[in-house]
Design a protein around this ligand. Sequence first.
Ligand SMILES: Nc1ncnc2c1ncn2[C@@H]1O[C@H](COP(=O)(O)OP(=O)(O)OP(=O)(O)O)[C@@H](O)[C@H]1O
Ligand SMILES: [Mg+2]
Length: 590
Amino acid sequence: MTTLPADRSAHSPLASLWRLRSYVRPYAGQLVTMLVAALLGVGASIVVPLVTKTVVDGPVAHGQRDRLVPLALLALALGMTEGVLIFIRRWIQTTATLGMEKRMRDDIYAHLQSLPPAFHDRWQSGQLLSRATADLSAVRRFVGFGLVFLVVNVATFATVIALLVRLDPLLGGIVALSLIPVIVVCARFERGYSVVSRRVQDQTGDLATSIEESATGIRVIKAFGRRRLMAEAFETGAREVYDTQLAKVRLRATFWALLDLVPNATLGIVLLLGALAVGQHRLTLGGLVAFITLVLQLIWPVEALGFILASGQEAATAAQRIYEVLDSRPEIVDRPDARVVDDSPGCLRFEAAGFTYPGGRRPVLQDINLTIAPGETVALVGATGSGKTTMAGLVPRLTDVTAGRITLDGVDIRDLRLTSLRRLVATAFEEPILFSASVRENVTLGTPDATDADIAAALSLAQAAFVDELPWGLDTRIGEQGLSLSGGQRQRLALARAVIGRPRVLILDDPLSALDVTTESLVEKALARVLADSTALLVVHRPSTIALADRVALLQGGTLAAIGTHSELMADVPAYRAILSQESEEVQSR
Ligand SMILES: Nc1ncnc2c1ncn2[C@@H]1O[C@H](COP(=O)(O)OP(=O)(O)OP(=O)(O)O)[C@@H](O)[C@H]1O
Ligand SMILES: [Mg+2]
């Protein structure tokens, strides 16, 4: 099972289903109309056997032809009414339940967006995908159909049995008793089905993850000749889903067969005893016809009960899975009294800041003290895995410090509105993620009101002249995650995106690593102009990029081991010299 115990819902499937009522409430009026239409429809169909009784005992038994026509017209009218009512119910059902599904999906999406990267690190994307699609549909099917017919069928049972008892108390009593085995079978089924239906839903999520990963990782899979292995792994996952689905269908089939047996066996008994009752003149012939027709009308509701309970169970486990996502709280949110700040000089300070990953045994960062003055650029240098990316992510609050604090102009960044903070702080990450959208949309992601001149300036700064050569220039759509661009091209677009708004604080995580030496030095020259106005933290590996910085901080053993100018550190800190010489050897050997 893929959900972590921490993410498992504390609520049972049924309780989770009940929690969804807030989504159903706006459609309560429509649901009631659906219910009334369904009840009236069933009512019309129940009256037909009574009309039949009147026909058999009256016009048929006594040859009264003149009474036959109005009764036949009545039966016809009843049939037509039923048809119209079914149409009305279906019509309302579609708009109401699709509307409800849309609201839930919008909420899930908005919620996923509000969750921190740590949540997405923990959850497989396929699990989220299956919850936002298949599970929602299961809920919609139940609310639109199962729930309505659960009520309608119970009402049908009650009405039909009352009518049967009135027609003949003994036979009616037998039919009523036949409900006991139905209830027993249903109760047993519910327990088993809940478990398999949850398993199918979880495994479907795993399978979706596996498809997604093979699509995004296709280059690696092919390059390493892993196609067969991946196919085998997928086959195993697919087989698991198949086996569980089969077990689920078998369980359902046995249940439905048992359910089917009860009304048919009852029908046999009733036929026998009914014929005897007619012989003893306890029941008229018309009464027997009506009785049998009414019992026949119970067969479908009993059979449908199987379907309804199965769909209810699926909806309940789906609701549980949906709430596992909705219940995970976004840890990084605005404090109630968070401040709106439009502009700031941009003095960034780490004050004894520390960070431990959730579940991590040791802190990745501890006791970080660093002040970056407005307009100053500090380069962050450290061995791979030393925590540079982690430290960079603390400033835009992708994760929050777990010790100490970070301030911007003396204000704890947790006391600033997130929107304010993220407007002041721009970031370019190690992995330049681009979206399936135009170059323009990708570059102006954080600054939707940027003008064409702003875009041109940012692109020229990032040495991204290649955009002019794309077939539709700025409007060229780049593929999923920008795969149709080279690594260096993607990196330059990500850099343009970071600098376009002329942010107060600029966090660049190794932004030039994929560029050749010539392009790198061109970008550096242009970047120097931007850095003059911004407070910047620059994660760098290459000595050439360090020249952009006023000071350098060396991250070692989870803390800042040395801070000073490049020449000071070169002179005094052997570890710094060692790291830089390794890096430059790597650059030279490329
Ligand atoms: N999401 C995460 N959950 C748990 N541990 C993590 C997570 N991300 C990173 N780490 C751990 O934190 C440490 C610091 O990682 P980080 O990515 O900050 O290093 P880095 O200095 O940026 O390395 P590089 O130079 O290779 O980019 C590593 O030991 C890594 O294993
Ligand atoms: Mg890193």
